[in-house]
Design a protein around this ligand. Sequence first.
Ligand code: PEP
Ligand code: MG
Length: 587
Amino acid sequence: MQRLKGIGVSPGVVHGRAVILIQRAQVLRYRIAEPRLEHELERLERSRLRSRQQLRDIRARVERRRGPELAALFDAQLLMLDDPMLMPQAEALVRSQLVNSEWALQQVFEEFGAIFDEVADPYLRERKGDVADLVGRLRMNLREGVSTTRDLLQAIEESSVLIADELTPSLAAQVDWTKVRGFATDAGSRTYHTAILARSLEVPAVVGLHEASRGVRPGQVVVIDGSNEEIIIEPDEAMLTRVARRSDDHRPAITAECDSRRSAATADGVAIRLEANIEFPDDLVAARYAGAQGVGLYRSEFLLIGSRGTPTEEQQYEVYRRMLEEMAPLPVTIRTFDVDEDQLALRSADPTLAGSWIAEEERGSRQGLRGLRLSLTRPALFKTQIRALLRASRHGRLRIMFPFVSGVEQVREARRIVAETASALISEGQAVADVPIGVMIEIPAAAYTADLLAREVDFFTIGTNDLIQYCLAVDRADERVSLLYEPLHPAILRVIRMVQRATRRRHLPVSLCGEMASDPALLTLLVGLGLREFSMTSGAIGVAKQVLAEHRSDALRAMARRILGLSTVEEIERELVAALGHHDVRH
Ligand code: PEP
Ligand code: MG
């Protein structure tokens, strides 16, 4: 029995078998039941074979297109695939520790990485990137069906407790809390949002434990005691009996069932529309199950992955038609391809290549030619997509949305193409529905001209993922500046309010679809700023409804007003925690 002291952020006591989540590496560690061991090893082997085949295909293709020198880059990875340090080591870990393959691969990668870090030769040191790439590919190929951390979290067994290095609210929002009884995290200083979430779910939680995710093994019984601010690893019988007696009072606050049928509203009955962000048509099942009131963002560029060349009009039409039919009568917002030139070339040339081997400098310099801007320079590509969309429009409630817009002229040009395409289809005798056309507000220039853009379109969707990075000059993928990527920066709140006001004047529908909306605390602030429509990952919808139902809209408005008068992120955070962490904002 071992006790670890932390900060109790949500009271109550529970116990369960530990599931370990290392979010920094996005790897979940869980125990493999002994009878499943052979199956797990087969999974690892299948991933190796698939990775080898993909690498050989890529090598051949790159050699054809870019010559042997570049193609040779993949030889190193092919060799590593057969290195006794890699796969056999991972296999040995799975066997000896009965852990999942993703975790075993990550462990081996860390050992490998440490060796590379020590080599003096810069060329050799750089090979660490190859190992990372290869391990990433192996992990991707392990997925087969269960694909994301979110899925893994959903697959957790009953009566578990989650031990994580850190737990972001958007991930916490995706956990099935009917199975996970409580959680503990190493981090503590910046987990305030998750702490609020834990309290509103009434899930016991202890944070700030520093090393818990390393010290606890998957499958070990752990007590999470939020009231006494500690966790107890492998408690003895007497302790367990005491815990069981105390935890009898504790019941999970929500059930998956009641949650999906209820539509979202604040405590005083202000309706909030919650739609789903999806990347693949298969995600619609989860969206419907979560009770999404439509699809607020379908990132259609994901269609480019896995297709050889860009998908034809017919292929696209089939996908769009199926999605519209499946969601009808609810609306589906399809965003036209949001890629840059490199991604377009790579994604369509090679389904498995993420583009990671393109030099960063090269990518950076081309960053601006993306989204609608790129579509307008590739009329054939754009028109094909628009034709497919318009043809599909009669099968449901389609909305078309343009990404990465920075000026009115782009919108006019795009709308002209849509109108011409519609006329052409009608003259061919095809039925075309009246389709609302909207734009993403995700570049500061678009936000500053929101009043002008509002005259040109039927709706806005605020994309805070990009808006934050461009407003704050923080590359969202660059770890070195990631701490500056701050949704609560006063500039971001002001820019959102500015866009919201521009739409209110024209009665233009506006929704917000960035990651921000998946964070329940930020969501309440956005409601306070006047927004009423959101689109988020399906897994976050249940918790969003739960949290919204706990707060009155007038209290949220007052909170937002106070927050808009504050100058720093820290002051804003403090105000948010104070306002939401206490139950006096409830009705
Ligand atoms: C955004 O920028 O907020 C957004 C939702 O789009 P993406 O994350 O696909 O760029
Ligand atoms: Mg974006």
